[in-house]
Design a protein around this ligand. Structure first.
Ligand SMILES: Cc1cc2nc3c(=O)[nH]c(=O)nc-3n(C[C@H](O)[C@H](O)[C@H](O)COP(=O)(O)OP(=O)(O)OC[C@H]3O[C@@H](n4cnc5c(N)ncnc54)[C@H](O)[C@@H]3O)c2cc1C
Length: 327
């Protein structure tokens, strides 16, 4: 129920717009690497200093107008330039809806082509993040079309889908990120039970490690990470065939430990004013992340008013949690 509630909040455009005006609040500052490129570059340089590479996401939600998608494209082009200029070890993660997928497929394709082309010039990888199931076929289509021209792209396989294996096999020659899946999906097409999702995550990861090109294992779950460590050892899979990925600000000790142990490690670094939807989805997938909110409410005087107001709002709404779609 708490999950549905935060998914509901993540879809609230009014709150999203309000959040943009106030800058990073409610604890989001510990999981979002700033509101502008300079702050994101600084955070990435710090991670690089620990041997950690980055995949950077210039956050953007609720894109329904062409001007908004074009602005998102221009911003991502600037990020690519900044990564190159600053010699940062990083690549791009983006969401096709941010570039106009909900407006017009060809328009989105052309925006993406511009980004992928610029990144290609700098030998930089671009990951197409996977959103909810309604966007999945077109995201794969975008990948199909652009992969005829470029080899610096890849995408995400979400383990909660019953048919994830089918996509994994079809796209085995791409660099793929395996995740559990962050959206609320119907039970006809997606596992709902955590154990089933975890089992499928492991099955997909093992398959891609043995048969695929390069695997990004994106989870904060130490049990799965330990399992993968054993698996690669047993099957003599070289460390350059895979990496672990986690989100910025989460399990920092474990991120550093894995990098120190000599595993390729990549941190997903979100930044920008549009942090609200991303942050609500993080609260949805792990209610303990509410600790971040609580800490801010009680520790930082400057945030107290907005924190208390939001806390009261959250608690008030919890009892009548909405059942909206997105996770
Ligand atoms: C790099 C990255 C990229 C992603 N990209 C996408 C995408 O494109 N599309 C998409 O749908 N989803 C994406 N996700 C989100 C993903 O689908 C999951 O919703 C999210 O990662 C939660 O699952 P989990 O495996 O990390 O941990 P969970 O299943 O939430 O937790 C499993 C266990 O791990 C431990 N754990 C988890 N978090 C913590 C913590 N913060 N501190 C301490 N212990 C913890 C706990 O023991 C917990 O019981 C991405 C996730 C990552 C890390």
């Amino acid at each position: 129920m708490l999950k549905d509630f935060f998914i509901g909040l993540s879809q609230n455009q009014l709150l999203n717009n309000a959040a943009k005006k106030y800058g990073l609040k409610l604890g989001a500052q510990s999981v979002v690497a700033g509101t502008n490129i300079d702050e994101a570059i600084k955070s990435m340089k710090e991670l690089n200093a620990h041997g950690i590479s980055c995949t950077v996401d210039n956050l953007g939600e609720f894109v329904f107008k062409k001007e908004e998608a074009e602005e998102a494209k221009e911003n991502i082009l600037k990020v690519i330039e900044a990564i190159h200029e600053n010699n940062v070890d990083a690549h791009i993660s983006l969401k096709p809806t941010q570039l106009g997928l909900d407006i017009d497929y060809s328009f989105c394709l052309s925006n993406l082509r511009e980004i992928v082309d610029k990144a290609h010039g700098y030998d930089m990888f671009v990951n197409f993040d996977m959103e909810d199931h309604s966007h999945l076929p077109q995201t794969f289509e975008l990948l199909d079309e652009l992969s005829m021209e470029y080899d610096n792209i890849g995408t995400v396989i979400q383990a909660y889908f019953h048919d994830a294996q089918k996509y994994l096999e079809k796209y085995k020659n791409f660099r793929l990120r395996i995740v559990k899946g962050a959206y609320k999906e119907p039970e006809e097409i997606a596992y709902q039970d955590k154990k089933e999702i975890d089992a499928n995550f492991i099955k997909l990861t093992e398959w891609h490690l043995l048969n695929g090109k390069f695997t990004s294992i994106a989870t904060h779950d130490h049990r799965i990470i330990n399992h993968v460590k054993e698996f690669v050892k047993k099957h003599n899979i070289s460390k350059d065939k895979f990496e672990f990925q986690m989100l910025y600000g989460f399990r920092k000790d474990l991120q550093l430990k894995l990098a120190k142990e000599g595993y390729n490690f990549c941190t997903y670094v979100p930044f920008g004013n549009d942090w609200y939807g991303y942050f609500m989805r993080r609260l949805a997938e792990r209610p303990q992340n509410l600790n971040l909110v609580v800490k801010q409410v009680f520790n930082k005087k400057t945030n107290t008013m907005i924190g208390v107001a939001a806390g009261a709002f959250l608690l008030g709404r919890m009892s009548k949690a909405s059942k909206k779609k997105r996770r």
